[in-house]
Unconditional design. Sequence first.
Length: 539
Amino acid sequence: MKFKIDVKDEHYRKVEDMSLSQLLSIICCPNYMFESDDLTYGNTATAFIHDGNVEFHKVMTEKVGKRSTFPPFFCTDLEAGPGTMIHGATEFPSLFSCSVTGNPEYAYEMGKIAALEGRAVGYNWTLGPAVDIVANPDTPTTSNRGAGMSPDEAINFGVAYIKGCQDYGMIATAKHFPGDGFGIYDQHLTTPEIPLTMEEWWNTSGRVYKEVIEAGVMSIMPGHLSFPAFDKPCEENGLYPPATISENLLTNLLKKELGFDGIIISDAVEMVGFSGFMNYYEACAKFIEYGGDILLFAKPDKKMHDNFVEMLNNHVVSLKNIRERAARVLAFKDQINHQFKGLSGTYNIEDHKIMAQKVIDSSIRVVRDRKKILPIKNSKSKRVLHLIVSIPNFKQLELLEAFKPELEKYFKSVEQWVDPGNKKVMDAIENNLFDVIICSVGNDYNFGTNVIRLNGTQSRNLMGGWVHSGVDVLFISHFHPFTHLEYKALMSTVINTNGTVKNTLGILAEKIIGISPLEAWGKYCSPRDWTLREWLDRI
């Protein structure tokens, strides 16, 4: 059933007497990264808090809450369960990992666990799930964040996650409207265009958003994506605007055609797809004027106030619409407090860990084993090189290094090299130092990277010919599900974890040597790349 905000006369009366500064404190959602962050604009209706341990989240929600006139919404990104942002909470691989298993119940449980553990440290809103369709393997911001590779998967697993969250007291947010996953550019660095016709969109992302809205999602996040098929260029620069500053996309498509009447919260307004398209404050004003409710990461400080005065004077935004958005946020707050009142917050953390282990175990898949080396036999007699090859600015090196002690449980010896250069690897093979090379590929998404494929000087480790020199070589793609598509000949044996977390490593080691079974990911183990056009023809 569609969610609808019930704005009452009392909400309109409240905002009618508010100053512009007070109104901005309702429609701006600042973000906090450290306990030392400036809280001078802390009296806000919403606040976003970045990753940290449990104590950090509890301290920040308490500190910000004390400065607010009314208890604010606290939101963060629990896209793949609570461990996405709360260190020490239950960690799942990714929402995409659930779609790999084919079991929507896993996505529901992920949402439920995000709600229960998130609420325990003060949250009532997650800016997830990403219901983007993973259509183009080279889309950097989607990868394993997307809900599936087809509209049906994105619907089934996205809706399941949403219901898990909202059934247990956590507002869910479907993103990134009108739908990422089709292009090759990063919204953090530019304004990507969605390369679909309207017919193609209605058959793909349009279907997804229609279904998640019908299922009752409370919040939708438009991305900084333009959609030429449904829009017109801006007069200022002749370019198609991102959805976040498009009246056609926010009001005509999302609100009118799709019938969404929940909260529209922008993606982070500091991203170049938004702030690089036009003047930052003008863009913020247009988001509000064209139908948006809350500006994510915007600070209601003096600069914002003074610039909004200018935008009001220049008729970029109207005071009527600012008040309308503020009234909607206050009504949303009252409605959510009533709807979630009395929901239980009790849980058994061990049950959550068991569920996460099930998802991890089920989502580790063989995508290629051309030389039939899996599982690795007689492991106790074999010397292993664990080679780590990553993209520049890789954030998870420490995690991959922790794979070595897990491998040491099952192999005669394990040596670990990080970015040693291909000559060192080739020399080791020629000197018969290793029987097996396990190459961990670190190409997790990192905002602003703009490419998730192996790139940079580290990728030169693959050169030199050592891969086909007689030693068994196993590649493990720990995050991006499509590494194997680029390396058709080079990578003869590939395992995808679809999002490695700490508890993945022990399970992965057991599967490599055959203690527990490895399943093949036959559905998507294509022998060649699909072009976007071929993909659209298949669905």
